[in-house]
Write a protein that binds this ligand. Structure first.
Ligand SMILES: Cc1cc2nc3c(=O)[nH]c(=O)nc-3n(C[C@H](O)[C@H](O)[C@H](O)COP(=O)(O)O)c2cc1C
Length: 321
């Protein structure tokens, strides 16, 4: 029975375009999603337990920002067997994102998306995270804004209800957001966002430019952040629009970033790998390269809701061999 209801829901969603499925997920009442998820139950621990930012987790594989913009999928993430769950990006006020919105599956297991950071603002997110929370699954909130001051506002709103906060400076499909990809421009965020107690991680774009990567590490450390989420979707042009590429093609870049960041960073600095982790072998490679945990998203869009759990189980059985 575990996952059966989610599995049925997934088969229905998978038969439509991912954009339509995403819209349906984001317009289905949260109480209905909670009820389906609770009836499905949580699968048994997949065997890849560990610790992230001082929290014990059943699995080091979590769900990346973008699936759950407004915290309506907390119990769904729990029933998916996620080790942890990232809500967002949350903006300081409601924002519709860009038009036309694009979300497609690519034949290689990847995704292309152009949503442009749609967000209901912090209100509904804080409300849902203040309610009953799924046990044993930390929930992080990913924040973004179009001004440094906006980062400060959204951070102060969500920090009390988050287990940790990700600061997203790397959305590829919003023009106004792109300037924060420059570590020097992003440093202005620090003046408005100083960690108050909960850990804060900087979510950076995929890059093979070592000077830029060092710039991100310096930025995270000088802001007093606890670590880095490396990386995000890669900016590409589709039909004249900017869009973000996710999936296996990113993996070599993700792995290189993790290796370099681990070799440069002080003990205790947290690195979460995201980008192209589509199976257990890749998850294990990222962990062995120095990541403390991994996040997945394109894999969920391709492999279905149990992807985080399946990837953790594959990694743990490879580890035992
Ligand atoms: C549909 C979609 C929406 C996304 N929205 C966000 C977002 O709001 N904030 C963010 O930091 N990353 C967002 N991302 C990026 C993912 O969190 C992740 O970093 C990226 O997809 C790479 O991982 P993957 O190869 O497993 O997909 C989004 C990705 C997708 C596919």
């Amino acid at each position: 029975m575990v996952g059966a209801l989610l599995g049925l829901g997934w088969r229905i969603l998978h038969s439509m375009s991912p954009m339509r499925a995403w819209r349906i997920l984001h317009s289905t009442p949260a109480w209905l999603l909670d009820a389906i998820a609770r009836a499905s139950g949580r699968p048994p621990p997949p065997g890849l337990d560990g610790e992230i930012l001082g929290r014990r987790v059943e699995s080091l594989v979590g769900i990346a920002a973008g699936l759950d913009k407004d915290a309506r999928l907390l119990w769904v993430a729990w029933a998916m067997g996620a080790g942890f769950h990232v809500v967002g990006s949350v903006l300081p006020e409601p924002y519709e994102g860009v038009e036309p919105k694009i979300l497609v599956r690519l034949p290689d297991g990847g995704t292309l998306n152009r949503l442009g950071l749609p967000s209901p603002g912090p209100g509904p997110v804080v409300e849902r995270l203040s309610g009953e929370r799924p046990p044993g699954m930390p929930v992080a909130v990913n924040v973004a804004a179009f001004t440094p001051e906006g980062y400060g506002r959204v951070y102060r709103a969500v920090e009390p209800v988050a287990d940790w906060v990700e600061v997203n400076i790397s959305c590829p499909n919003v023009e106004a957001h792109r300037s924060f990809e420059d570590p020097e421009v992003a440093s202005a965020i620090c003046d408005h966002l100083r960690p108050r107690g909960k850990p804060v991680l900087l979510k950076i774009p995929p890059t093979l430019d070592e000077r830029r990567l060092e710039g991100y590490l310096d930025l995270a450390r000088s802001c007093g952040f606890s670590g880095i989420v490396a990386g995000n979707t890669l900016r590409v042009r589709v039909d004249g629009y900017n869009a973000g590429l996710g999936g296996p093609r990113l993996f070599p870049v993700t792995l290189r970033m993790v290796r370099l960041l681990r070799s440069w960073s002080p003990r205790g600095f947290t690195i979460i790998a995201v980008g192209g982790i589509s199976d257990g072998a890749r998850a294990l490679e990222a962990l062995e390269a120095g990541a403390n945990a991994v996040e997945v998203l394109s894999a969920v869009i391709h492999r279905g809701p149990m992807a985080p759990w399946l990837i953790a189980r594959e990694a743990s059985s490879l580890l035992r061999r």
